[in-house]
Write a protein that binds this ligand. Structure first.
Ligand code: UT7
Length: 329
């Protein structure tokens, strides 16, 4: 018997209501709308406000909307995988809390952390569960409350990130659509350029780590920028070459949304014209694990069955890679 493929059969996102504009950031740190717009492409981002609200609340809203849209009952779901760098708690997994809040009772669930590449790593992991033939309804959620780890006194990082969640449903198919191939890589030496200094087993929280503001994102922007462009374009081109897909046969490039200049440079290196590159960074900023599914959600109406998509990401770790996907509906 031939193994099924795993196809995305629905996508649905959740965006918190509060819009943090560049103008409001101008009041918070020494920055300007002009700097943020020209250096990053970002105009506004969403922030999850409210006592007691966390990543799982956004994830659960995305998953409830997804199941409604797909006409799937919560008790039909087999497996929930959440990609996040901002879990509600160190344990249990945020995926468990999402399942609980979405009324999913018959599934197993856990989290994955590959920083900004997390959604792609999770999609491939979840796809192999579907391809095994054993699991029929699998949910992958990319969710991050980045505002919980952003230092709003650091102008170099606070302008970049936003909060959001987005989920996809994966189901088996015997058609030539779905997750076709992937190419991933990791370079652990890259951690020096992008990490959180304290809060883990290396440096558990103390008054000193809090005073030193070490529980926030630390990023050396320029170093990360350079790697991001070369690695996303490189992985995507390798994947296209291995599968004989010329740039003209790509319907869409779906890049991680970290910086408009990174997105444009990646497209240029790959020979993909701007009109085939999904972009929504202006509205949401960098939502880490939610950027790529949010692009699919925003562009859903423009997608056609059989479209060749390359999804690509780069993030902390360093982690990077690309997935070749044939859109299934
Ligand atoms: O998703 C995870 C992966 N992350 C990324 O892919 C992010 C990659 N990096 C970047 O997107 C960019 O490096 C940044 C947006 C973070 C920074 O842009 P840049 O063009 O690399 O700026 P820079 O760090 O070289 O800084 C240029 C200048 C500096 O001033 P001086 O030293 O030239 O006087 C900064 O202090 O811009 C200054 N600057 C700002 N000015 C106004 C930095 N942040 C700001 C700001 N507003 N918010």
């Amino acid at each position: 018997m031939t193994r099924p493929r795993a196809a995305i059969t629905a996508v649905h996102g959740h965006l918190p209501d509060y819009i943090l504009t560049n103008q409001e950031l101008e009041q918070m740190v020494d920055t300007t709308d002009e700097w943020i717009s020209t250096r990053t492409g970002i105009k506004e981002r969403r922030i999850l406000k409210g006592e007691g609200l966390a990543t799982s609340d956004m994830g659960a809203e995305a998953v409830k909307g997804l199941l409604d849209k797909a006409g799937v009952r919560p008790d039909e779901v087999d497996f929930v995988l959440c990609a996040t760098v901002t879990p509600d708690m160190k344990f249990p997994a945020t995926a468990n809390l999402i399942s609980h809040k979405a009324g999913i009772l018959n599934a197993f669930s856990y989290d994955m952390n590959a920083a900004c590449s997390g959604f792609l790593y999770a999609l491939t992991t979840a796809a192999s569960f579907v391809e095994s033939g054993k699991y029929k309804k699998v949910v992958v959620v990319g969710a991050d409350k980045m505002s919980s780890i952003v230092d709003y006194t650091d102008r170099q990082t606070c302008v970049l990130f936003g909060d959001a969640a987005c989920a996809v449903l994966l189901e088996p198919t015997t058609e030539e659509v779905g997750v076709m191939d992937h190419q991933f890589a990791t370079d652990g030496s890259g951690y020096v350029h992008l990490h959180m200094k304290a809060g883990g087993s290396l440096k558990p929280p103390t008054y000193d780590t809090i005073d030193a503001r070490e529980h926030y994102i630390y990023q050396e922007g320029q170093a990360v920028f350079k790697f991001a462009v070369t690695k996303m374009a490189g992985a995507s081109l390798d994947l296209m070459k291995a599968n004989n897909i010329p740039a003209e046969e790509l319907a869409w490039l779906v890049p991680h949304q970290a910086n408009m200049r990174i997105i444009e440079a990646t497209g240029r290196r790959m020979g993909v014209p701007n009109e085939k590159v999904m972009v929504n960074i202006q509205k949401y900023g960098n939502t880490t694990n939610a950027t790529i599914p949010l692009c699919l959600w925003d562009y859903e109406k423009q997608l056609n069955k059989g479209d060749n998509l390359i999804l690509t990401a780069f993030g902390g770790g360093f982690t990077w890679g690309a997935i070749w996907l044939k859109w299934a509906y």
